[in-house]
Design a protein around this ligand. Structure first.
Ligand SMILES: NC(=O)c1ccc[n+]([C@@H]2O[C@H](COP(=O)([O-])OP(=O)(O)OC[C@H]3O[C@@H](n4cnc5c(N)ncnc54)[C@H](OP(=O)(O)O)[C@@H]3O)[C@@H](O)[C@H]2O)c1
Length: 314
């Protein structure tokens, strides 16, 4: 997969878990897991200023010292759309470098998309990042954003995508034509696409994919994934990550344990047959609709969003 000037392979890794926050983690184990993936073929890591309010970025900054092959992506919070440069400066201090700077979610409704894109371009012009991208932009917003970007191409759109949430498929198609990558967040549906029961971490409590996995239609998806995994002698996570590669998205799973890290690495070499991809597609066809991002969230003014994020653990 290409993200702007970077060739990043077929799977990256996400570091929300390293912020602690709403995730239950053992930090020593977590470090071993991330070290393992980055030393065994994964060359892209994603973080954000809001993950543990800088804690994840500090963790990633430590991790990438001595690993110059790793492409580092971070995200400026949507409510900081007007302070992109300041945010990026703070993030770069924690990370050491930024290769891809993304706006984490669309700005509030009263902010024209072009203004937010120009802020990203300003950060790139100042040399704070090599590439710029967005996150949680639907196809309509992405069309506007591409039109607004005058000096830099938008390299990527990071959106939710997994077999239980397939609304991003129109974007993947658009990205193929327009030349941007679709980075898939929650590629394993927070674990719900691959196992019978997921942990009770705070971030999962209201997660739509976790709820969908518990429905009869959701169970069929998990059964299809686990059936293919059993037949292939592979892990269910590797099957889902290989399905992403076949669908044209770039998954960035979060890992907590060395076992999970090994399953990510296993997925780098797993190719699904057309029939296997079609089996997962058919089981999950009911989940193709919906939106990549709830439009209503844009109605919340920026300062209120900031306050809300201060009050909850992210
Ligand atoms: N742009 C955005 O708005 C946005 C939103 C969310 C996330 N993200 C990014 O996307 C990354 C990934 O998303 P995510 O963490 O929400 O979801 P995910 O990658 O689908 O799920 C990660 C969770 O699944 C479980 N898991 C991981 N590997 C597994 C395996 N091999 N087998 C079984 N379970 C496994 C782990 O939890 P347990 O061990 O507890 O089961 C892990 O914490 C984040 O780290 C972040 O960088 C971006």
């Amino acid at each position: 997969m290409r993200i702007g000037v970077f060739e990043v392979g077929r799977i990256g890794v996400g570091a929300w878990q390293a912020g602690g926050g709403s995730w239950r983690v053992n930090f020593a184990e977590l470090r071993r897991a991330y070290e393992y993936v980055l030393d065994n073929g994964v060359s892209f890591i994603d973080t954000a200023e809001i993950y543990g309010w800088g804690r994840s970025e500090e963790f990633v900054g430590e991790l990438i010292k001595g690993r110059p092959h790793v492409v580092v992506a971070t995200k400026v919070a949507g409510f900081n759309w007007g302070r992109v440069v300041k945010s990026a400066e703070r993030s770069r201090r924690r990370l050491g470098r930024i290769d891809l700077l993304q706006l984490h979610w669309p700005p509030p409704i009263y902010v024209p998309v072009c203004r937010a894109v120009r802020e990203l371009e300003r950060a790139a012009q100042l040399g704070l990042t090599a590439e710029i991208g967005v996150s949680n932009f639907d196809a309509g917003m992405m069309e506007k954003a591409i039109y607004c970007a005058k000096r830099y191409n938008l390299a990527s759109d990071q959106v939710v995508y997994n077999p239980l949430q397939r609304a991003a498929e129109a974007l993947i198609e658009m990205g193929r034509r327009a030349g941007f990558a679709v980075i898939a967040w929650s590629p394993l549906a927070k674990g719900a696409a691959v196992k019978e029961k997921v942990g009770a971490d705070g971030g999962r409590r209201f997660d739509p994919a976790v709820r969908k996995a518990a429905t009869p239609q959701g169970r069929r998806v998990v059964e299809a994934v686990r059936g293919i995994a059993a037949r292939r002698g592979a892990s269910p996570a590797a099957v889902v990550l290989a399905w992403h590669a076949a669908r044209g998205s770039f998954p960035i799973p979060g890992v907590k344990t060395l076992t999970q890290a090994k399953e990510v690495v296993e997925a780098l070499r797993l190719e699904l047959s057309e029939a296997e991809v079609a089996e997962i597609d058919a089981a999950s066809a009911v989940f193709r609709g919906g939106a990549v991002w709830p439009k209503a969230l844009r109605l919340i003014p920026g300062p209120l969003q900031r306050l809300a994020f201060r009050l909850v653990k992210v």
